[in-house]
Design a protein. Sequence first.
Length: 122
Amino acid sequence: MKYFFLVFCFMVVGCTSLKNTAENSQNAEMDVDIKNGNLIYQGEITETSNNAIFSLFNNAEFKPNRLVISSNGGEIGAGMDLGRWIKDNKLDVEVKGVCASSCANYVFPAAHTKYLRKNSVL
């Protein structure tokens, strides 16, 4: 019985460590910034990323007019919020890499002008 309890404890700790590692690597891939006069949005579409991009835009001295995005999608509500914000601010959207799921359904269609790079996927 002692050994069963020890094995169980190690399994629980090991699973928890794997989950935290996956979450940290996912967060490390997220990038929201302003570069070369464009808003940059890379990674999963989340409320946190949206709030960061909204804040960058609101605090920018010169308002960018293009969002360059690469995203496999994300939360539906966050995707709809980002699309509505893009529409309200009359932003152009340029796909760099992939624009799938919530990105393709809500963000890209909301753009004033839409750009697809040569090797991008929508």
